[in-house]
Design a protein around this ligand. Sequence first.
Ligand code: HEM
Length: 405
Amino acid sequence: MTVEDEAVRIGADFFQDPHRLYSELRRTGPVRRVVLPRGVLGWLVTRHADAKAVLSDPRLSKDFVRAGELLERNREPGSPRPEFGEELQAHMLNMDPPDHTRLRKLVNKAFTVRGVGHLRPRVEQITESLLEAIAEADEVDLIPALAFPVPMTVICELLGVPAADREAFGGWTRVLLSTSASTVEITEAGVAVGAYVMELIESKRSAPAEDLLTALVEAREDGDRLSENELLSMTFLLLLAGHETTVNLIANGVLSLLRAPAQAAALRANPALLPRAVEEFLRFESPVNTATMRYTTEPVVVAGVEIPADEFVVVAIGSANRDAAAFPDPDTVDIERELNAHLAFGHGIHYCVGAPLARMEAEVAIGGLLARFPDLALTGTPLQWRESTIIRGLHSLPVRLGRTP
Ligand code: HEM
């Protein structure tokens, strides 16, 4: 990681400690030229007020067709461009109104607070059986034991994805989100995911079931509200966003607690604090962290810097959420923090549709873990963060479970 006069370069060492660079940038240059891995050029926005303004500014677009063209112009010459599945890109996160509005309406209802409330008993059951499976262990890696399978099982059950396919899907998405995977690996994972999702949709056509994917297939067939390409992309987005983010909310949340034992004790003593604690975990180590992207459709001034038209703006949500101008004592975990206006789920029309589900899953998984293992502790093995500009998450989270009560 280097901070030069001209551009900030995000290299492999950044991921192990992004907060050092973030805090320097918020102080010295809150809107800076950035070179992302794979040579993508943009403007990095690191302060809370600017990030919030950018995320909801209609002059900034997410339309993926034009973004693809702009990528050719806004890249360091000679950087390899991994190609993956154009047919998977026609989803709402890559669209502006009115297409965005039309697509979002199709799934909005399923993910509202009321829509996910009835899933809580099932999430509790999944969590309990995962905790039961490790009850006798001494040490475990909490990611495969709990943080990954809870959201993965839930989103797959919601959409109607067979249990046997879940590991394979998780493997492909980890490659797609990694900045260290080769272009060949990324291309292959993209092809595999595309083929898999297409097959899944065909299976719902021939055998409709009581699940969200069947509902989407029927919306497609029932008067052109959704094109085939959009159906494919929507399924991919929901599967990807449904688990790749929440696994890190759970794991990063547990890590934050284990590094602040007084906070863990306070939460054990008063589980009613769980919803507020989850908001603090979202803020403190935001699962979607460095590069939430848009591009300018006209010149836009951010924090006094004029960004020309047709350039990428990269919002560092993980930095905005540590801005002292918005959060007193931002580098401290405080599960009782009041007025926690974090941007972990974004802001504006693309605000995360899965937020109520992610919150509920994290409350159940973290609450269940704390209740069952009062002596839970880190093993002391050095932790390694994944190299991804989108996701902030650990490769593994080894813990000592201690006795069960
Ligand atoms: C959008 C974060 C969980 C589905 C977003 C955005 C963020 C985000 C920051 C906005 C990106 C932007 O504006 O460019 C997170 C975090 C999660 C999480 C931190 C967990 C802790 C989920 C889950 C689902 C989901 C569980 C699905 C079940 C989506 C979808 C969008 C989205 C579909 C696009 C919404 C739109 O374009 O209108 N998420 N998400 N997310 N998220 Fe999540």
